[in-house]
Ligand binder design. Structure first.
Ligand code: GCU
Length: 668
């Protein structure tokens, strides 16, 4: 049978490796805690499905404690898990004839089960104990799904949530979704678009959301709702939605109470306010803190929280959008209620293929900051181009902010360790849809997978994550695994070469955000044109953010200003983010800017040809359908890489007035 990708990475196909088969052959039963909760039932069920599929073994449910060949699921304080280990940490303890999966929580036990199955599925024999703890507390997907079934920036079909059928019909996909997320440790999901419809707060929809929450709960996943700030007016019939108005506050208190009647463990609110035309507290002369704290007040009797997004900008042709989030929020540092997390995109503009880290990270010691990555590939080839995003997530997380001296990486800001915060958040804008394979491009599943794994442990390498995913999804042949991993690791640098080399950004076609439009001079908002960002002229290319046009570099610490702020020391990957570089200036590659730009655009296209050759070699290892789907997409990718290259090079040539070098040494 062809593989349609619908099982994601939870395939559990029979392992052919004899050593692996025999290493796990001794296990024949599962011993569960005396209190069989819904989550423990799911853990039991998953182990049984996994063993049946992977090893062809039926594990019985055994109540005896001291059997040989037992896998014991246990909720206790084992010494492997120190008293202050984070919630949902787990240990897999290998004894002579038995194995114990232990955690302080039932969700931790479920995570341990998935860890065991992942090891078997990737043909690893566990000989030593495994102890694993999440680094970030809230590991969350953000769906940009609408009530009418469309998905904003979704490239894999319509929404997975069937609002017209809920609460009566539970699509079996909700369960696969829950299992896939739990297998990664994802423990929260906001189910609707941040450009939110008030409809999600009506009783009609709360009943539907409750049905989803009931499915996700046993898998340890909490549901959040994106809210429209104007809801007191649209739903409540109030004259205002002013966060300092008593009736408005009362309305939110009542609404929050009502939500908890449907969903007692409600995760909380996610809010996009005063951003891209969405309503917010500034409509009433109030601040983001006033708005967020009003919702936090309504949430006070409960465990839920408020996630307030920092993605704001002013559409000022003379300003620098790079600085706006920072500048609007900086005066509010320390003013947010303890229940509020401010969610900041990884970079200062908008999920560009490569952005320097957002300058808010490391500059807000008195505010809990969460990070928002985009898993859906709005600016990254959508569902046609192969781009594996773990290297991008890692690049951001690993960058040093120097906020508290050397080693103050972005990951330490967001996991709470830098400021000793108990609340931490990593969110990813989901790439799921109703396509048979969930994510469009078969490799896009790897980005969901990588996001989840990094949210659990941001120290995992992008190579190890890729190899796990390949083993679980495509093939466990070691040679093929290495080669596919190499394809994945190269994919993002290749994409950046033929789209946005050297730190160029925001030159995509208006509206669809897919192909190139470097010549875009007019857009609905002045900071949505391309020329606002690349600033090509007869002298050179790039946005000077070191003082001449904008002083945005000043938002970073001294160590960063010393490197990124200096055109001779700046990492070439970020060069045009911060500098307007003359066309003929020699870079440290030995090429002039113009030559280097052409070199990158042209070699990027050549690399797309190589990706096809390399993928072709993988044919014997991959099921037919997936092989063909990826190959066809790689061909489109080459065609569109040429589209990007020619659009950008020919457009910039009008400014550089230099010929395309004919001596470029390109990869073959
Ligand atoms: C981008 C994207 C929008 C989205 C926005 C956001 O601008 O194009 O569709 O709503 O980000 O993150 O809020």
């Amino acid at each position: 049978l062809a593989d349609d990708g619908s099982r994601l990475w939870l395939k559990y196909d029979l392992i052919k490796n004899k050593n692996v088969q025999s290493a796990y052959a001794k296990y024949n039963s599962i011993i569960i805690p005396s209190k069989k909760t819904p989550t423990i039932e799911k853990a039991l069920e998953e182990l049984q499905i996994g063993f049946k599929g992977l090893l062809g073994k039926n594990l019985t449910n055994n109540s005896k404690n001291n059997t040989t060949g037992g896998i014991k699921l246990e909720i206790t304080n084992k010494e492997e898990l120190t008293k202050d280990s984070p919630e949902d940490s787990f240990a897999i303890i290998v004894q002579k004839d038995n194995l114990t999966i232990t955690s302080k929580t039932e969700t931790g036990v479920l995570y341990g089960v998935f860890e065991l199955l992942r090891n078997i599925q990737t043909e690893k024999i566990i000989t030593k104990n495994i102890v694993s703890s999440p680094k970030v507390k809230l590991r969350m997907l953000n769906h940009w799904d609408n009530a009418n079934g469309t998905v904003e920036r979704g490239y894999a079909g319509s929404s997975i949530w069937k609002w017209n059928e809920l609460p009566f019909r539970i699509d079996p996909r909700y369960i696969t979704y829950a299992r896939a997320n739990a297998s990664l440790g994802i423990n929260a999901t906001s189910i609707n678009n941040v450009n939110a419809s008030s409809r999600f707060l009506t009783a009609e929809y709360l009943e539907k959301i409750k049905a989803v929450a009931d499915v996700l709960r046993p898998y340890g996943i909490k549901v959040f709702i994106s809210v429209n700030f104007r809801s007191p007016r649209t739903l409540g019939g109030l004259k205002t939605s002013d966060p300092l108005d008593t009736d408005v506050r009362k309305w939110w208190i009542e609404k929050t109470k009502e939500i908890h009647q449907y969903i007692p463990d409600f995760g909380g609110y996610l809010v996009k306010a005063n951003s891209e035309g969405e309503p917010g507290p500034q409509d009433y002369g109030r601040t983001h803190a006033d708005g967020a704290n009003m919702l936090a007040e309504a949430m006070k009797p409960y465990n839920g929280i408020v996630i307030w997004r920092a993605f704001v900008y002013n559409a000022d042709p003379n300003g620098d959008r790079f600085k706006e989030g920072y500048e609007q929020f900086k005066p509010l540092d320390g003013k947010f209620d303890p229940k509020v997390i401010v969610q900041v995109k990884n970079g200062p503009i908008d999920f560009m293929p490569r952005e320097p880290f957002h300058p808010m990270f490391g500059s807000f010691p008195k505010t809990k900051l969460g990070i928002e990555f985009q898993i859906t590939q709005e600016y990254l080839g959508q569902s046609t181009h192969l781009t594996y995003l773990a290297p991008m997530f890692r690049e951001c997380l690993d960058t040093d902010t120097y906020a508290n001296g050397k080693g103050s990486t972005v990951s330490k800001v967001i996991d709470g360790s830098l400021y000793n915060s108990q609340m931490s958040l990593m969110a990813g804008v989901a790439n799921t849809g109703s396509d048979a394979n969930w994510c469009g491009h078969p490799f896009n599943q790897a980005n969901w997978y990588a996001f989840g794994r990094l949210a659990w442990n941001h120290e995992l390498s992008s190579e190890d994550i890729a190899k796990e995913w390949i083993g679980m999804t495509l093939t466990n042949n070691n040679n093929a695994k290495e080669k596919i991993n190499a394809i994945m690791q190269k994919s993002l640098p290749t994409y950046i070469k033929y789209t946005y080399p050297l730190g160029l950004h925001h030159m995509m076609g208006e509206g669809h955000h897919y192909g190139p439009e470097p010549w875009l001079t007019k857009a609905a908002r002045p900071d949505w044109t391309s020329i606002y960002y690349h600033r090509a002229d007869s002298i050179g290319l790039g946005f000077d953010r070191t003082g001449k046009v904008s002083n945005a570099i000043k938002l970073y610490s001294k160590e960063i200003i010393d490197t990124w702020g200096n055109p001779d020391k700046c990492d070439l990957n970020y060069l045009l983010w911060f500098h307007h570089i003359p066309w003929s200036k020699k870079l440290n590659t030995g090429n002039s800017l113009w030559e280097e730009l052409c070199y990158r655009y042209y070699s990027g296209v050549e690399e797309t040809k190589n990706l096809q050759k390399e993928w072709n070699e993988m044919k014997p290892y991959i099921d037919k359908e997936t092989y063909a789907s990826v190959m066809a997409r790689l061909k489109i990718q080459e065609k569109e890489a040429i589209w990007w290259r020619d659009s950008c090079v020919l457009y910039f040539k009008e400014f550089s007035k230099m010929p395309i070098p004919n001596n470029l040494i390109l990869p073959n």
